[in-house]
Design a protein around this ligand. Structure first.
Ligand SMILES: C[S@@+](CC[C@H](N)C(=O)[O-])C[C@H]1O[C@@H](n2cnc3c(N)ncnc32)[C@H](O)[C@@H]1O
Ligand code: SF4
Ligand code: SF4
Length: 270
């Protein structure tokens, strides 16, 4: 049986922020019901253990997150949650009580791109609190290429006031700071750029959008590489289908079977 290192299930494509670096999806707004999520989770469980609850959207906005995590716990998934962190006050206890949560990525850089109704201090207060209580891995992302230096410095100063860093990038035994650059989202409207390239999509990862559309990666914002629908087909049939296999085999020869991939700024980051 094919095994993926990461499987993405987009439990909602709705977000409470509109970060300048994250193009809004052209798809209809939708949130998965617990029943839909359960059907998908049971179907894909044989294909991997690490489950990510986003592609676009903010997973902490899901009102039934607790039930979703209970399904993950029953199925013995290792859940990875990537969040902008603004709803931690409301969802922190749900995360802390779940045995399914394996790691939490908090996108600190989203603070710079939004009119968030929290002050930076209020925002970081909840983050400091969850770091102190959690027994799962936490990755604090600062993927702005050092861009907003003053903001990054304020964030680092507050973190350093609360934790004796073990290393420059190690906040405590289970919390890491991850500096990175912004990337350019793949976009069908943009002129194709790259001629050749390789990507681990369909080798290491696969994604399922909120309506069940299966896509190769977490970068297919609009479902342009629709490989099938998990509500209608098995994941095996979708993976072995022509479109998926053409993409996979194309990458083996450093060729792009899909136009979208030619514009993808994430291609070298897996
Ligand atoms: C699309 S978001 C979905 C999860 C959640 N809403 C969040 O922001 O963490 C997934 C990750 O992509 C990051 N991201 C989105 N667009 C980006 C860009 N152009 N450059 C760097 N990171 C980006 C987000 O900050 C986040 O870490
Ligand atoms: S990066 Fe995350 S928080 Fe920001 S707009 Fe995109 S989905 Fe929303
Ligand atoms: S190149 Fe980009 S768009 Fe294409 S499969 Fe890889 S991550 Fe997805």
């Amino acid at each position: 049986m094919k095994q993926f290192k990461k499987m993405y299930v987009e439990i909602t494509n709705v977000c409470n922020l509109s970060c300048s670096f994250c193009p809004p999806t052209k798809r209809k707004s939708k949130t998965m019901s617990v029943a839909e999520f359960t059907e998908i989770a049971e179907k894909i469980r044989p294909f991997g253990s690490y489950l990510y609850l986003h592609i676009k959207g903010e997973p902490l906005m899901h009102k039934d997150l607790q039930e979703i995590l209970a399904v993950c716990e029953r199925l013995e998934f290792q859940v990875c949650i990537t969040t902008n962190g603004t709803l931690l006050k409301q969802q922190k206890e749900v995360l802390l009580k779940s045995k399914a949560v394996h790691r939490l990525h908090i996108s600190l850089h989203s603070f710079e791109a939004n009119a968030i109704s929290l002050t930076l201090e209020e925002y970081l207060e909840e983050i400091v609190d969850i770091i102190k209580q959690a027994d799962f891995l936490i990755i604090l992302r600062l993927w702005n290429g050092g861009g907003m230096e003053a903001l990054n410095n304020r964030i680092l100063t507050m973190l350093k006031a609360n934790f004796d860093f073990l290393r420059e990038d190690k906040v405590n035994e289970k919390t890491y700071l991850q500096m990175g650059d912004q990337f350019e989202w793949a976009d069908m409207e943009r002129e194709s750029q790259k001629e050749t390239g390789f990507c681990y999509a369909l080798r290491d990862q696969i994604g399922i959008l909120v309506d069940g559309t299966v896509v190769p990666c977490c970068l297919d914002n609009n479902g342009d590489i629709a490989l099938g629908n998990i509500f209608e087909q098995s994941l095996d049939d979708i993976y072995m289908g022509n479109r998926a296999q053409n993409l996979y085999n194309g990458f083996s020869n450093r060729k792009f079977a899909e136009k979208l991939c030619r514009t993808c700024g994430f291609i070298n980051r897996f």
